[in-house]
Every structure is written in C-alpha cells, then in structure tokens.
Write a protein of this length. Structure first.
Length: 330
C-alpha cells in the first residue's frame, strides 16, 4: 500500500491545481472548476464550460499531458499491487497445501493465540512437523513466518481438519481461547480419527471433564500449571530447576530427556528392563507407564516391557536414537 501513497498524493495535487486555476484565473465557479478539471483529466472530449484564453489553453495542454501520465502511472501501480498480491497469495496457498499434503505423523495445533504460539514454537524447537489451524488470516501469516504449515478456517468444522490431514496426524492440540470451541474441536477430531492423540486446553474443571468425555486423551489447564510452577518456585525451587534442565534441549552432545513408545517394531516388547537397558548404554530409565497402569518411577530391572508401554529415559541423543530412533517423542 505504501507504493500507492506517492502516485495518489501527486494526483491529488494535480487535481487541486487544476481546480484552483479554473476557479481563480479563469473565473469559473467552484462547481464549474471541478467539472472542468474532471473532464480534462479524464479526456472525455467535452467542450470547455466557458471559452478559454491563450494562457488557459496552454495550461490545459500541460494539465492534460501531466494528468494522463500520472493517472496511467497510478493505475499501473494499483493493478500491479492487486494482481501481484493475488498471485502471491495464490502461490503461497498452493505451496502450503502441497506441504500439508506431504505430511504424515504430524501435529495439528488448533488456535494460534499466546498458548498456541508457545506450542508451535516448542514443536519447531524439537523439529516436529506441525500445522497451525486458525480463522484469523493475520495470525496465520505470523505462523508461516515462524516456519509452520497453516490451514485457514474454523477447526470445529470437518473440512478444515481434513485440509490439515487429521487422518494422517499423530496428535492434535486444541489450544483455542474458548472451552466450548475446544470441546467441539475434540469431538470433531475424534470422529475423523479414532486413533488420534488429543490434548486440549481447559479453563475450568467442568470444561476439563467435558473434554475428556468428548475424547481428549489429555486436558491441560494453563492456569493450574502456572499456579503449580509458581508455588514450586517458592517451596521447592531446586526441583523446578532440575526438571527444566532435564527437559531443555541444548547442544547435540548433551544428554536429553526423551520418551520412547514400545511397539512390535522397537524390539523391546517382551524384554525385561535389565535386558533392554544394558550396562554401558549411557541411558537412565526414569519412569515407565504401562498401557493399563499408573506411572512407575524408577522401575526394577525385572519389570517386563509390553506393547504400548511408554518409557521416560535420560541419555545422549545418539544412545537414544540407537535404542529406538523412530519412536522418540522429543
């Protein structure tokens, strides 16, 4: 739009000069001066409102040549802005659509407010492919600039989630500002992909229960988490710092906290913890969650691993990748 400021400004100046000339020097009325200026600049071919003297004719010649050139320049700039902008938007949409079509095992982030932005940023830090879904075109521009693929529309509607390829996604995060909206997002996503792992944001305990009933696997309250962290900062600051250090992603050579899912392809199904984690691997097993049980902190070496178990481990990225590279959830 800034490119149009100069031509429109010059056109306004020329238009004002023409009105002033015909009004002050040719003794036209204000209306006649405006009319004469318009028909002169538009070159419609009407006769003068009143006969002009030699100076008036010379001015009109210069006025026509200047005005036509300036109007042509303004029209060209306007058309270029509109057409180029539409082409750019169209090509941008097509590139985004192609990128989303190629995605598999990705994460869908519904809502790009403050919480959604943090989620997308964290996913990008961990190199997890993700699609941001939002109704606001301006925030989607920010999401694209941050490196995310985007889908424009209401995430409670099936066509929008289909556009984000929810059928091939591994997880969806309902991070909209509305509890009602997040509940409908969960319902819609669950109906389209029964195996999808869904995390929803809730603002109240009642909403949390509704979202779990709608099909969410996890429901997170940002206010509750913030309150707990603030309390821990006062009561047990070292514990909070310790967890932050464990979960932080730093240089590739430093140890990281990671999650591994046991499945038939991992080679861990049926093994004991002692067999799976041999001495010298450089990996520490911090916790184990069986598919049908609570989390076990520091499980014994005789515990048998089963399909669907989730392991929380700590070690170097190289050791973790060797153990089960395709199943790391970082």
């Amino acid at each position: 739009m800034q490119r149009l400021i100069l031509p429109f400004g010059l056109l306004a100046v020329v238009f004002t000069v023409g009105i002033g000339w015909y009004w002050l020097l040719e003794d036209y009325s204000v209306l006649d001066a405006v009319y004469q200026t318009v028909i002169t600049l538009s070159t419609v071919g009407y006769e003068e409102v009143h006969p002009l003297d030699d100076s008036g004719r010379v001015f009109t010649i210069v006025f026509i040549l200047t005005g036509i050139g300036l109007m042509f320049y303004t029209a060209t700039a306007l058309v270029e802005l509109v057409v180029a902008g539409e082409i750019r938007d169209m090509l941008g949409r097509r590139r985004t659509e192609r990128r989303v079509r190629r995605m598999e095992n990705h994460v869908i982030v519904c809502g790009y407010g403050r919480v959604g932005q943090e989620i997308a940023h964290e996913l990008a830090e961990h190199h997890v492919e993700h699609v941001v879904v939002d109704q606001r075109a301006d925030v989607l521009i920010e999401a694209k600039e941050a490196g995310a693929a985007v889908a424009h529309g209401d995430a409670t509607e099936e066509p929008v989630l289909r556009e984000a390829h929810v059928d091939r996604a591994r997880a969806l995060v309902a991070a909209a500002d509305s509890d009602v909206g997040n509940t409908y997002i969960v319902l819609t996503a669950r109906s389209l992909n029964p195996d999808l792992f869904i995390v929803a944001r809730a603002g109240s305990p009642a909403a949390e229960q509704r979202m779990m009933s709608a099909g969410a696997n996890r429901v997170i309250s940002p206010y509750q988490i913030a309150g707990r962290r603030m309390a821990l900062s006062v009561v047990q600051p070292l514990m909070l710092d310790f967890v932050d250090v464990l979960s932080a992603r730093r240089t590739p050579d430093e140890k990281i906290l990671a999650e591994i899912v046991v499945d038939p392809d991992s080679g861990l199904d049926g093994q004991t913890i002692a067999e799976a984690f041999e001495a010298g691997m450089g990996i520490s097993l911090l916790g184990l969650e069986h598919a049908d049980k609570d989390i076990m902190i520091g499980p014994s070496g005789s515990e048998i691993l089963h399909d669907g178990d989730r392991l929380m481990i700590y070690g170097s990225p190289q050791s973790i990748e060797q153990l089960s590279a395709p199943h790391i959830a970082r």
